[in-house]
Design a binder for this molecule. Structure first.
Ligand SMILES: Nc1ncnc2c1ncn2[C@@H]1O[C@H](COP(=O)(O)OP(=O)(O)O)[C@@H](O)[C@H]1O
Ligand SMILES: [Mg+2]
Length: 261
């Protein structure tokens, strides 16, 4: 674990409940995330982990509860507003444009930052052209950081899965997020790819100073890279603490750790 300083609460989830018809995806969930922390959310399939991230980034609207970002509470906020506040995410199922190059996919993450309208951009009109150059430079920096220079022009669909996940991380980083929500960034990866991704997540945390909220199934990875862990089971919170605390929590052992998912 690095020497970075963990700060005040940046994200505070208060009493969130969410249901779909008769299905209670989340029941009265509260937890907080501190600035610069790596915070993991674990739990069996269907526990409500992805739903929780979807509430945080404004994709799902919970029936109850609220979420505060840097002390500012919001109940109804759409994904664009959340993004503008500095929260970016990656998806459990990749949401990249397979036919587009690595560079162009990561550029889509800059859209929010672009001031000139699409029309000016399309015509490469004066300020728009200069602006695009600056964005490209930033994106090249991310490409170097993620060590995917050799694939800059490759259509994403032709890359191995592990590298596609890395491009997805790059797209999220292009938003210069203060909080990065990662939904199973290592799902489907082999051991070596997982190690690489763990290292990139820790580097993002260290070098970009981003706060990380991470859903992950691999308990080894979770225990290695997270500062604190929230455990969900059937939409309820059954554990919350350091990896060691969670590992020795009876409810967690019963619900999750002893069972293969
Ligand atoms: N859009 C949706 N419509 C209906 N049910 C949903 C929807 N999203 C999630 N659920 C249900 O909510 C529960 C939690 O799902 P999810 O958050 O995806 O769990 P996890 O990510 O922990 O596997 C599941 O029972 C799932 O079927
Ligand atoms: Mg999920």
């Amino acid at each position: 674990m690095s020497s970075r300083k963990i700060g005040d609460v940046i994200l505070d989830v208060q009493n969130i409940s969410l249901s779909f018809g008769g299905v209670k995806a989340l029941t009265d969930i509260s937890f907080n995330v501190r600035e610069h922390e790596v915070r993991a959310i674990i739990g069996p399939n269907g526990a409500g982990k992805s739903s929780m991230l979807n509430c945080i980034n404004g994709v799902y609207l919970p029936q109850q509860g609220s979420i505060s970002f840097r002390g500012k509470t919001f109940k109804h906020m759409n994904s664009r507003q959340v993004a503008e506040m500095g929260v970016a995410r990656t998806f459990q199922n990749l949401a990249l444009f397979k036919g587009m190059s690595v560079l162009d996919n990561i550029m889509t993450g800059r859209n929010l930052k672009m001031k000139s309208g699409l029309f000016a951009q399309a015509l490469r009109w004066g300020p728009a052209e200069r602006e695009e150059l600056q964005h490209r430079e930033f994106v090249e920096h991310i490409i170097d950081f993620l060590e995917i220079q050799a694939h800059r022009k490759t259509p994403v669909g032709r890359l191995p899965y592990g590298l596609q996940k890395r491009v997805d991380l790059g797209r999220a980083l292009a938003m210069e997020p203060q909080v990065l929500l990662l939904d199973e960034p290592m799902a489907g990866m082999n051991v070596e790819e997982k190690q690489d991704m763990s290292r990139f997540i820790l580097d993002v945390n260290d070098e970009f100073g981003a706060t990380i909220v991470l859903i992950e199934h691999d308990m080894g990875v979770v225990m290695d890279i997270s500062d604190r862990v929230v455990v969900l089971d059937y939409g309820k919170k059954i554990g919350d603490g350091t990896p060691d605390e969670v590992r020795s929590n009876e409810n967690v052992i019963r619900a999750y750790l002893g069972v293969e998912h």
